[in-house]
Design a protein around this ligand. Sequence first.
Ligand code: BGC
Length: 249
Amino acid sequence: MSTQKQRGFGIDIGGSGIKGAPVDLEKGRFAEERTRIATPQPATPEAVAEVVKEILDHYGWDGPFGCTFPAVVQHGVTRTAANVDDSWIDCDAAKLLRKVTGREAVLVNDADAAGVAEVEYGAAGPDAGVVLVTTLGTGIGSALVVRGTLVPNTEFGHIEVDGHDGESRAADSARDREELSWEEWGERLTRYYRTLENLVWPDLIVVGGGVSKKFDRWSEHVHIRTPITPAKLLNEAGIVGAALLAHRA
Ligand code: BGC
């Protein structure tokens, strides 16, 4: 049984929901069922920080916590806002989270957090070489991991593919919005990943995000040279990775 010592806490700030759970750091999975609260609108940093506090209070968690954010995060400062409120640009969000919650906070890009979790518990360990972790959701997140070391904020969701912002046509939200079949979406992913593999030449591509659960339905339609595999932690990876980073800090 896990002791309190081997526990961490992770929170995932998303455009539609804010989710959090205590994490078993030995096993790399949730230690209790996660909680989800709808993201307040407008999703200003202050309003979101209040929800983060509510989730921590709900579990009675007083220790340091890790928090993912769907944009560039440099040293606790959020730099971009592709799918979130513009008021996050250049916000010292880690500082704000500390102030509002009264706990130590580590803030990290959502895909980078997933990458860290896949290194520790999943498919991106040091033996895997150069691994590209991508999360397919509202946008496309990326984490580049080189022999177990993360290169943060790669932002490969925004590479140009056929004259478009990559994620605008290949994210899972594009599949939904345009009502694409698995096969049609597979063609989009093929274009996206072929462009990316020619830039990075990874040894392995790991796919996270909610749709990684349905990997078998669409992966047969993705024709690329690099081996591709679903994230071992599926869509728990962000929360688990954030909790691990906060624990290490
Ligand atoms: C953002 C990334 C983020 C990804 C997934 C992109 O639009 O630019 O920072 O990791 O969405 O949420």
